[in-house]
Structures are given as C-alpha cells and as structure tokens.
Ligand binder design. Structure first.
Ligand SMILES: Nc1ncnc2c1ncn2[C@@H]1O[C@H](COP(=O)(O)OP(=O)(O)O)[C@@H](O)[C@H]1O
Ligand SMILES: [Mg+2]
Length: 219
C-alpha cells in the first residue's frame, strides 16, 4: 500500500521553510507520524551539481543552463533521497511531507522556456521523475502564493544567507511567480494566498490555513 506524499511549494522566499517548520511542529504536537523531506539536500553528495549550478559555476544567470539540464541535477537528488531515506516508509503506507519537490523543477525550470515550449517540458519532466526515475508523484501540492513584490521585501530582510543565482535575479523570480501561479491552476494545486489587500498576512494566519488544509488531506 503506497503512502501519502504532500508537497509544500512556492517561489523563493515565499515562506516555505517557515511554514514547513510550523506544520511539522503542529503534527508533532498531535502525535501524527510522518517523514520530513527538504529539497534540495544541500548537505548531501547527491546535490553536488545543484550546488555548482546555483553557485554560478555553469554560468551567472539561470538561463545559462537549460531547463532540461538543470532539472536533472535536482531530480537525481530526489532519487537518492527516495532510495536511501523514505522508499520503505512510503511503500508501507507512511505519510511524507516535502518542502519542495519535482514541482520546483516545474516552476523554476519551465520559467526559462517560452509559453509554447512549456507543455512539452512538463510532460518530459513528470515522465522523467515519476516514471523513469520512479519517485512518487505527490498526492497534494500546497502552493504558497506570495507575489514577487512581497518577496522582494522578505529577501532583503533575510539575514546571514548569500543569495544564489536564482535569488539574485528579480526578473527571473517574477517570471517564476507567474509560472507557479499558472501551474497551480493547471494542476489543481491548493493555493494559499499569502497577501491580502496588498499586505503580507501574518505567519500565524497563513499557518492556520495550511495546517487546516493538510489535516483535511490526512486520515
Ligand atoms: N508571512 C510572513 N510575514 C513576514 N515575514 C515572513 C513571512 N513568511 C516568511 N517570512 C520571512 O521571510 C523570509 C523567507 O522565508 P522562508 O521561510 O525562508 O522562505 P522560503 O523557504 O520559501 O525561501 C524569512 O526571513 C521569514 O522569516
Ligand atoms: Mg526554504
């Protein structure tokens, strides 16, 4: 019996890590068992190519590496994680929560392509990760809908972290947001609006909506 895979998605600095922490703490308090995954796994060997790419070793701009090529870097890290960390647990019916997943390739890499090229890319991507590599497709995706103007402020205030080639490029981030918003509609992702009347909602407010949605999805 396969388990359940729930994915938290959003553009850079949309609050994923913040909300993921809170969600996990909430499930811990309730005594709900789950496995927790955070992608990319920067500490692991399987992320070597991701670090080279985001560190600018293949070019200073996201566009210097094609959507297809860059996607393979992130996909192999997920494959390694699945094989070594959660395959058995998931196959035995376990609940798995992921901060980013294949959906991040969909958002960040499809954004490099023209609109008319995106469908072929997404078909290729989902076939590559879910069928050829054999990692599970998510049951539900929760999209933190934080418009780029709001993210700009959050990124500026983020302390102690150097920005990678994605985060440095505001135009690219804007494009990623538009792509994410479109994909959320196309694939039926659960959209959580993080702003209201042009203002960012509080962390607690967003968290309440997310945890309620996740609770409805788990038995
Ligand atoms: N709703 C919010 N209101 C104010 N600040 C927030 C909110 N959500 C996140 N932040 C702050 O924005 C920054 C980016 O959040 P983070 O969770 O690291 O995003 P991500 O994991 O998506 O990159 C952090 O400094 C975080 O504390
Ligand atoms: Mg994060």
């Amino acid at each position: 019996m396969s388990g359940k895979l729930l994915v938290l998605e959003g553009t850079d600095a949309s609050g994923k890590s913040t909300q993921f922490e809170r969600l996990c703490a909430f499930l811990d308090e309730r005594g709900i068992s789950y496995r927790r995954l955070v992608f990319p796994r920067y500490q692991e060997e399987s992320s070597a190519l991701i670090r080279m790419y985001l560190g600018g070793q293949f070019g200073e701009h996201p566009d210097d590496v094609s959507a297809y090529t860059a996607s393979t870097f992130f996909a192999v890290d997920r494959y390694a994680s699945y094989q070594t960390e959660w395959k058995d647990y998931y196959e035995n019916g376990g609940l798995v929560l992921a901060d980013r997943y294949t959906t991040s390739n969909a958002v960040h890499q499809a954004s490099k392509l023209e609109e008319e090229e995106q469908k072929a890319f997404l078909d290729w991507l989902f076939d590559f990760e879910y069928r050829i590599m054999g990692i599970p497709a998510p049951d539900d995706v929760y999209f933190l809908d934080m418009p780029t103007e709001a993210v700009h402020d959050l990124l500026e205030h983020r302390q102690g972290k150097t920005q990678d080639i994605h985060e440095q490029d505001m135009e690219y981030l804007k494009h990623c947001y538009q792509t994410a918003s479109k994909l959320a509609d196309t694939f039926g992702w659960h959209r959580i609006r993080c702003t209201q009347d042009g203002r960012i909602r509080t962390i607690e407010d967003i968290s309440a909506e997310l945890t309620a949605a996740v609770l409805r999805a788990i038995p």
